[in-house]
Every structure is written in structure tokens, then in C-alpha cells.
Design a binder for this molecule. Structure first.
Ligand code: ADE
Length: 471
């Protein structure tokens, strides 16, 4: 499934030339995304190629007419229902959250206006979203459309390369990015902060977090307040870390949004929505809080993780079905694990067919191919290689848990699973994350492996549920 951006414009060359020399251009060359700039003027029925006319009721300037815009739109959509964004200063403000949401669509249409705007009647017929890039007026919609395409496309797996960096930089953990330095060590009498030269990863991470906090508090107090609310909830949840690590990790990585939270006397009721995985995570003090939480469930979410038995009944009434029962296990130590096996590295799309064959054979574990593809492109799958052959793999799920461990039959009994898990744990520790996983209650072998590595089990039982969509 390739991502397709159509741009309806009077200046198609401006859009193509503007984006082609960039990272976006390279993603087009690699066939990860496609940019289709369509000249609205090609669709006018006017003999002289005119696309504008005077506004009824008078007023300054000219308006783009409905007919050429409608026909250009019809030509790209063929009457299909495709999300169509009119870029206009009268729209809702474009945000990173909106970029994430739009990156989920496989096809988008951007409509760029010119002159004083576009005849309202065609907007009513074809536009699904009105979006602005800021409270200022530009001469046309091409630059805003390019800004939005750039912000959306870089979130599409594979566009930025294989390092998972899109999710880690600015807005990581709801904070602005920390200051960065490159060579030379001293420039204009200004030295690079000594901690960055120390080689101590933990100290560097601590310094960066502190700088990011200070910068956000100074430049974006609104974002900082949101960050503080999440940190406060993380502290409350940490009183029962084993039972709550999944919610704490989702919040700490900046993917989780607090939808509901109530701090009673010694009890907590919380609903967090993890955007990355479209998964809700809930804990409830009792049935009445459970009902409240169920009322707040976000419409777009597909899954929910719970650890209170009564929530299962409440959610069953709301069309959720249980996918499985799990033990939550976590690694709370800070010690890096020994990795015996040498050749472990990030998987690339070259390995996709093999991973699918091993992990999704008929009747095998229910992981969809599209999901595996997305995880590989996000740089979240690691493979162990023996003499160049892929012997096994492990991955990090989109909500943050470790999983998808598999070792091919002929390579079993050589400690490869242990090495893969240890490698993945170390990568998470480097990022300041707490490794955790959901082990199926039947999978005693996997549970034993986690225990051997030093994982602890939560007291509660966990259930994953999925929304059953009406047919
Ligand atoms: N067209 C002109 N100005 C604009 C803006 N600020 N945002 C989106 N589209 C526009």
C-alpha cells in the first residue's frame, strides 16, 4: 500500500519542484510515496483557459470557479470517497497530531486556492477538512500544502530511513528538542557542554531531558503543562509499577494521551489512549468508574488493554471481544544484558517475506502482514543472523511492549532467543525505556525465558480486547 498525495493547483510545477530535491523526493523515487500534481486549469471548459470570475455581490479580487475545481477533483478520485483537504487561512490549525492522523490515510487530496478563494458550492461538495498552517495569509495554497505533505510524509514508515527517528525527535515525550552540537568542540569561544563529550550515555540522556524541559517551559508553556500532567500521572501509577508499566511507558514515550483520570483515596481510575497503536489502556477502581471509562473510549481506537475482571463484562456489552489473556512482565533493573550472539541487527524490507512466512503461516500467530511491514519500516524489528541466514527475530510492538520472538526450527537450542531478547532489552534501556512484555498465559516457555533474564511478573492478569465492528 503506497501513500498517494494528489495536489489540485494552478501551479503544479511549484509543488513538484518544491518537494522533489528533498527527502520527500527521494521517497517518491523509492516508490514509498507518490506525488500527483494536477493542474486545475486543464479542466476548465472556458475557451480561453479561464478559471476565475468576479464574486457575486461585489468585492475585491477574483474567485476560482466551481466547475474546473470539481472536474479536477473528479478526475483524481473517480468519485471515490477520499479525504480532501482545502488549505485555507480559515481552517483548523495544522498540528503534529493532525499530521499523524493524516499519515494513516493511503490517499489524500490537497486543494490549493488562489485569488480571493474558491466558490463555496464546490467546497461544500468535495472538501472534508479545512486546514490552515497559521494565522497569516499567503498568496496561494501551494506552500501550505507542501508544508503539510512534508510533515505527513516523514511519518510514513520508510520515508526517513530505517532508524525509527520520526517518533523520537521534536515533540518526543511532549517536549521540544534539546540543543545539539557538532564539531568543532569550540567555536567563537563557545564550548560544547562537557557532558556531551563524556561518553556516558546515561548522563547525556539526563542532561538532554533537563534541557528539553527548560526550553519547553520557556518557549511553550502550554506544552509544558501537558507534559507535567502526564509526569504527575506517571508518578501516581508508579506506586504499582508492575501492574501499570504499559500505561507509564505509553505516556512517557509521548504516545499516550490522558482521556480520563481520577485519583481517589488510594485508588486510581485511568484511561489513556496510545495514538501509535490505536490502543486504549484502562484501570478502574470499581464498576462505576469502569462505566465512566467505557463512556469515554475514543471512537477511533481499535484495541483496549485491561487488568480488571469487571471491565471485561462492561466492555463485552459495548462490542469488545477478548483476544487473549496475558501476564505482564517487566525488567526494572538498569543493568545491560550480555548478548552472546554477535550478529544481531535491524531487519529491513528485504527480510519481510521471510518474517511473514515464519510468523504468519496459516493458523500461526495472528499478526497481520501489514503490521509486520510497518514494524520493520519503523526500525522496531531485530534479526539474528547465522552465516548470513536469518535465524530468528524479535520486535517492539507499536504500544511499546517486547514481542514477536521467533527462532527458526534448525537454529533452536543455541541460545538465540535469549540473545535476541537481551539485545532488544538493551536497545530499550539505551532509550531510557523500561522493557516489558505481555506473555500469553499458555506460553510457559516464553515466561521462563523472561524470568531467566530478570523480568518480574505483575500480580494482575491482563486482557487484550478488540472492538467488533458492525458488519
Ligand atoms: N492559504 C493562504 N494562506 C494560508 C494559510 N495560512 N494556511 C493555509 N492555507 C493558506
Amino acid at each position: 500500500m503506497r501513500n498517494l498525495f494528489h495536489v489540485l493547483t494552478l501551479f503544479p510545477e511549484m509543488v513538484l519542484q518544491g518537494l522533489s530535491p528533498s527527502v520527500i523526493g527521494r521517497a517518491c523515487e523509492k516508490n514509498i510515496i507518490t506525488l500527483n500534481a494536477v493542474n486545475i486549469r486543464d479542466y476548465t471548459k472556458d475557451r480561453h483557459g479561464k478559471v476565475d470570475d468576479y464574486p457575486y455581490g461585489g468585492g475585491a479580487g477574483m474567485l476560482m470557479q466551481a466547475q474546473p475545481v470539481f472536474d479536477a477533483h473528479r478526475a483524481v478520485t473517480g468519485g471515490r470517497n477520499i479525504r480532501t483537504i482545502y488549505v485555507t487561512p480559515q481552517g483548523s490549525p495544522f498540528t503534529q497530531q493532525m499530521a499523524r492522523e493524516l499519515a494513516e490515510e493511503t490517499e489524500l487530496v490537497f486543494l490549493c486556492g488562489h485569488y480571493e478563494g474558491i466558490d463555496e458550492r464546490v467546497l461544500e461538495e468535495i472538501v472534508t477538512d479545512f486546514v490552515s498552517i497559521g494565522d497569516y495569509v499567503l498568496t496561494g495554497g501551494e506552500l501550505p500544502a507542501m508544508v503539510m505533505i512534508d510533515a505527513i510524509a516523514r511519518l510514513i514508515p520508510g520515508v526517513l530511513g530505517n532508524d525509527g527517528s520520526a517518533e523520537e525527535e521534536s515533540f518526543y515525550r511532549d517536549l521540544l528538542e534539546y540543543p545539539q552540537y557538532s564539531r568543532p568542540e569550540e567555536w567563537h569561544g563557545r564550548k560544547v557542554p562537557a557532558v556531551l563529550l563524556s561518553g556516558d550515555h546515561r548522563k547525556v540522556a539526563k542532561w538532554r531531558l533537563e534541557e528539553a524541559k527548560q526550553r519547553t517551559a520557556r518557549r511553550r508553556p502550554d506544552l509544558y503543562e501537558k507534559y507535567q500532567q502526564k509526569q504527575l500521572l506517571i508518578r501516581l501509577l508508579s506506586r504499582q509499577k508492575r501492574n501499570h508499566i504499559h500505561i507509564m511507558e505509553s505516556l512517557d514515550r509521548g504516545n499516550g494521551e490522558i482521556v480520563y483520570s481520577h485519583n481517589g483515596e488510594g485508588t486510581l481510575s485511568v484511561l489513556v489512549y496510545d495514538r501509535n497503536s490505536r490502543t486504549s489502556m484502562a484501570i478502574a477502581a470499581d464498576c462505576s468508574f469502569g462505566e465512566k471509562i467505557a463512556d469515554c473510549l475514543p471512537g477511533e481506537g481499535r484495541f483496549i488493554v485491561i487488568s480488571d475482571l469487571f471491565l471485561k463484562d462492561i466492555l463485552a456489552k459495548r462490542h469488545y471481544r477478548v483476544l487473549g489473556e496475558y501476564d505482564q512482565m517487566l525488567y526494572t533493573k538498569k543493568e545491560v544484558l550480555r548478548v552472546k550472539h554477535r550478529d544481531i541487527r535491524c531487519l529491513t524490507m528485504e527480510h519481510f517475506p521471510q518474517v511473514c512466512r515464519l510468523y504468519c503461516p496459516e493458523g500461526g500467530p495472528g499478526i497481520e502482514e501489514g503490521y509486520l511491514r510497518e514494524r520493520i519500516l519503523a526500525g522496531a524489528m531485530y534479526g539474528a543472523f547465522l552465516e548470513g541466514n536469518l535465524a530468528g527475530f524479535v520486535g517492539v510492538h507499536s504500544e511499546g511492549s517486547l514481542g514477536m520472538l521467533y527462532v527458526e526450527e534448525p537454529f533452536r537450542g543455541q541460545g538465540i532467543a535469549l540473545s535476541l531478547e537481551s539485545y532488544a532489552v538493551n536497545r530499550m534501556l539505551e532509550r531510557g525505556q523500561t522493557p516489558y512484555c505481555h506473555v500469553s498465559a499458555e506460553n510457559t516457555e516464553s515466561g521462563r525465558l523472561q524470568e531467566r533474564l530478570g523480568f518480574y511478573k505483575a500480580e494482575k492478569t491482563f486482557w487484550w480486547l478488540e472492538k467488533v465492528l458492525a458488519k
